[in-house]
Design a binder for this molecule. Structure first.
Ligand SMILES: Cc1ncc(C[n+]2csc(CCOP(=O)(O)OP(=O)(O)O)c2C)c(N)n1
Ligand SMILES: [Mg+2]
Length: 871
């Protein structure tokens, strides 16, 4: 007979005799045919009940117990003892790294308690699940909790990938000696980190789209079917970020069984409990189950198994269920005697259950996330599970093993200074062979090369195909199209009126059709293809759909119907710019993660780019991503009826803050062609890790042919598009970017005809480019000088602030930026129509004074040039 436990809350039962007959029948089925059969019958009963109007009292939650019962566990395949020793040494080194850094450099920061809670979860992964490679294929992709970085560093130290010097220089990576970045950062540690995860929420959403992109590449035949898994480790506090949970249904809809989330449920975030008055694990279970994920709860370690087995009345389950997270935090922080009194002591029957346990034993009752066997079994099931993504909700203790110094305390997140007693406690708690003396000097410990620990570790890594994390991009072999490829754009539109949005769509279409490059191009659109005039691509290239097309499209009778296909090339994301950006990130880093140089074009309403998903864009830059972001249908000069949805006068400014982003504001189709061609050349032929932002507009106008010799200037940011008529020396220079350039041309005519003023017209394709060149010369820092501004990429350093705020005191773009082009050589002042007054100030000075209009001054340039951006 199965042991039966009463329900936690006894219900009013009108016919107990009948109830027990049903329950006995169920028990018999489980015993004789197994739980799957029982589950099937319950499902059938519910279906049949529904036809009679029976509503099922369904809850999205299961009891507060492990999903995998003890008797269904598989034995652990590794050497538990030696793995424990390795893990303990990693714990020690991770902690010592942070405490040491803060001892010698107070305030340098770092986190101890997060990795302390995470260690078992990642160590079981390293020893038995994370593949560095699968034969010829690359390995699993693991998104580590960013602020747990000391853990991966400490492991890499034992594996011999990092030296003691690295560890000593934690958070001092810009010193002359080798060091380690605070958080995962592929610029600062290019051979190590793959995913910059520290901005909460971005890791999870990027992991979901990564898993989908892997399927996309497989289904398009770009990579062979892959056994690779995507693992994302995230904090329970992190799940409050909308990005963390916002794309869950995509993962289940796409049946991404290559995706595993592990939520480190230590019940705490930075300030205190995640859900003091509730239960974060139950809340997450409901959200993930509701979204169609397979949920595995790992709440209780094996020490609880005998207690649960002896709990005939169900009182322990009831107590587990009713205690809130704030109380669980107390049990972790205050030890066995407290737990006996406050948890078990609530019911006499429950207290009796633990009467044979000492306080110490009660205090040592482990949580599931600290029990390798429970974690192993959860991972095993996750890997084997088919048809949906899996989430493992692992209950842990923040600051596990830190004792008084922070175990389960509210301050633990920021604990980085341990006193001598506390250090000795940790040393003894984890049996680290470090003498009292070396404890005080915070010595790192690495067992000798021929020790069983190092031997075991290396042997495991070898069996798993290499170490993780590791970033191993292969050289890209891809050629940019020849100049002639863009002859159509260089020749102009022969009077036909075309917007720059249409012009870039044409360029993308041509690239898609190219026999060499075409297959690498990934058009990404968040439900705006028709707005941008891209609907013809649907039929030609197909919209990627993992299920193909299960219906006859409503417009199937027309030539350009809505075609979904398994090998479709277009990622039509639906209305999610964040999702589109996550796809762009997977595609733009595919060269590093899959060895295929995908060229993504993510085209979206320009207003919903930088200002909405700026942090994802920043993370893309940190990931060393390549590709083209296209801010579409900017409409400062048209469509005022649409109001603010098009009034984008600031995306270029926002783009200027991202160090590896090269932004352009082109006016004409040939400029776009030159920029895109050169972009492909620099990113994929030269191997530069940079990306492009291009603003395109919705105003239609004739596209002129390319003036002789303009190419160089287009790329560098400006060129003289049309000198004053009749070879006259210019009295004024008119700068324009985007469609406003046409107004500058009109002004040129008007100035000449009405006022007899000679003007040169310049197309400024990139105010940012001009500004950056100058900055770079001044500071010798920027990527254009061959060295990216790491202080900015890392997001710290006062200098970064200084750089962006300095324009408040000086012209945004100094005169030097324009002097380069010898603007003033022909004489005259400058009127510019670009993003902001500061720009114009700089331009004005570049003009070297002289006669003519000066913008920014009342009654001058602003009256001549209408509709300039950023007034
Ligand atoms: C977007 C964002 N906001 C704030 C932070 C600062 N921050 C770093 S860790 C942390 C708390 C994380 O709590 P949790 O996700 O539960 O992780 P734990 O350390 O408990 O494992 C916060 C708020 C951040 N890194 N990113
Ligand atoms: Mg937490």
């Amino acid at each position: 007979m199965l042991e039966t436990k009463p329900s936690v809350e006894p219900l009013h039962d009108a016919n107990p005799q009948e109830t027990s007959e049903w329950l006995e029948a169920l028990e018999q089925i489980v015993e004789e045919e197994g739980p799957e059969r029982a589950s099937f019958l319950l499902k059938r009963l519910l279906e049949r009940g529904a036809t009679y109007g029976v509503t099922a009292p369904l809850s999205v939650n299961t009891p507060y117990l492990n999903t995998i019962p003890a008797d269904a566990e598989e034995p652990y395949p590794g050497d538990r003892e030696i793995e424990r020793r390795i893990k303990s040494i990693i714990r020690w080194n991770a902690m010592a790294m942070v405490v040491r850094a803060n001892k010698y450099d107070s305030g340098i920061g770092g986190h101890i308690s997060t990795y302390a809670s995470l260690a078992t979860l990642t160590e079981v992964g390293h020893n038995h699940f994370f593949h560095g490679s699968y034969g010829d294929q690359p390995g699993d992709l693991v998104y580590f909790q960013g602020h747990a970085s000391p853990g991966p560093y400490a492991r890499a130290f034992l594996e011999g990938r990092l030296t003691e010097k690295h560890l000593e220089n934690f958070r001092h990576e810009l010193r002359e000696e080798p060091g380690l970045s605070s958080y995962p950062h592929p610029w600062l540690m290019p051979g190590f980190w793959q995913f910059p995860t520290v901005s909460m929420g971005l890791g999870p959403i990027n992991a979901i789209y990564q898993a989908r992109f892997m399927r996309y590449l497989e289904n398009r035949g770009m990579i062979p079917p892959s056994p690779r898994h995507i693992w994302a480790f995230l904090g329970d506090g992190e799940t409050d970020e909308p990005e963390s949970l916002g794309a869950l249904t995509l993962a289940s809809r796409e049946q991404l069984d290559n995706l595993i989330f592990v939520v480190n449920c230590n019940l705490q975030r930075l300030d205190g409990p995640v859900r003091g008055n509730g239960k974060i694990i139950q809340e997450l279970e409901a959200a993930f189950r509701g979204a169609g994920w397979y949920v595995i709860k790992v709440l209780w370690g094996k020490d609880w198994d005998p207690l649960l087995a002896a709990d005939y009345s169900g009182i322990l389950t009831k107590r587990m269920q009713e205690a809130v997270d704030g109380e669980y935090q107390n049990y972790a922080a205050k030890g066995g005697a407290y737990t006996r009194k406050e948890f078990f002591g609530k019911y006499p029957e429950l207290e009796r259950l633990v009467e044979n346990l000492s306080d110490e034993e009660i205090g040592a009752l482990r949580r599931g996330g600290h029990d390798p066997v429970k974690v192993y079994n959860a991972y095993r099931r996750a890997i084997a599970h088919k048809g949906s993504p899996t989430v493992i909700l692992a209950k842990t203790i923040k600051g596990y093993g830190m004792g008084e110094a922070g175990e389960g305390r509210n301050v633990t997140h920021q604990q980085k200074k341990l006193n001598e007693d506390e250090l000795r406690y940790v040393r003894t708690r984890f049996d680290i062979p470090v003498s009292d003396e070396n404890v005080l000097t915070l010595s790192f410990y690495r067992p000798p090369e021929d020790s069983p620990e190092i031997h075991y570790m290396k042997q495991r890594r070898e069996a798993m195909g290499g170490s993780l994390p590791a970033r191993r991009p292969k050289p890209i072999e891809l050629k940019a199209p020849a100049r002639e490829f863009f002859e159509e754009q260089f020749g102009g539109s022969q009077g036909r009126e075309v917007s720059s949005t249409m012009a870039i769509v044409r360029v993308i279409t041509m690239l898609l059709k190219d026999t060499g490059l075409g297959k690498y191009v990934v058009p990404i659109i968040p439900d705006e293809a028709r707005t941008f005039g891209m609907e013809s691509l649907f039929r030609q290239f197909g919209i990627y759909a993992s299920k193909g097309q299960l219906y006859k499209p409503v417009d199937s009778d027309i030539f350009l119907y809505y075609k979904e296909a398994l090998n479709g090339q277009i990622l039509e994301e639906g209305i999610t710019e964040a999702g589109g950006m996550a796809s762009f990130t997977s595609a733009g880093t595919a060269y590093a993660n899959y060895g295929v140089p995908m060229i993504p074009f993510f085209i979206y309403y320009s207003m919903f780019g930088f200002q909405r998903i700026g942090d994802l864009i920043w993370a893309f830059a940190d990931s060393r991503g390549k590709g083209f972001l296209v801010g579409g249908t900017g409409g400062r000069t048209t469509l005022s009826g649409e109001g603010l949805q098009h009034q984008d006068g600031h995306s270029q400014l926002a783009a200027s803050t991202v160090p590896t982003c090269h932004s352009y504001d082109p006016a004409y189709a040939y400029e776009i062609a030159v920029i895109v061609r050169d972009g492909i050349r620099r990113m994929y032929e030269n191997g530069e890790d940079r990306f492009y932002y291009i603003t395109v507009y919705n105003e239609n106008y004739a596209q002129p042919p390319m003036p002789e010799g303009a190419e160089d200037g287009i790329l560098r940011g400006m060129y003289r598009f049309q000198p004053a008529a009749g070879g006259k020396k210019a009295q004024v220079h008119l700068f324009g970017s985007g469609p406003i350039l046409n107004e500058a041309l009109r002004a040129q005519t008007e100035l000449a005809e009405k006022y007899g003023v000679a003007a040169d017209v310049w197309s400024v394709t990139s105010y940012n480019g001009r500004s950056r060149r100058t900055d770079c010369r001044r500071q010798r820092l920027h990527e254009d000088c061959g060295r990216p501004d790491l202080s900015v990429a890392g997001g710290t350093a006062d200098r970064a602030w200084y750089r962006w705020f300095r324009p408040q005191r000086q012209p945004r773009i100094p005169a030097q930026a324009f002097r380069d082009f010898r603007v003033g050589d022909r004489g005259g002042g400058v009127v510019s129509s670009g993003p902001g007054r500061k720009v114009r100030q700089g331009a004005r000075r570049a003009g070297g004074g002289g006669a003519g209009a000066e913008s920014g001054e009342p009654g001058s340039g602003n009256e001549v040039i209408k509709g300039g951006k950023g007034r």
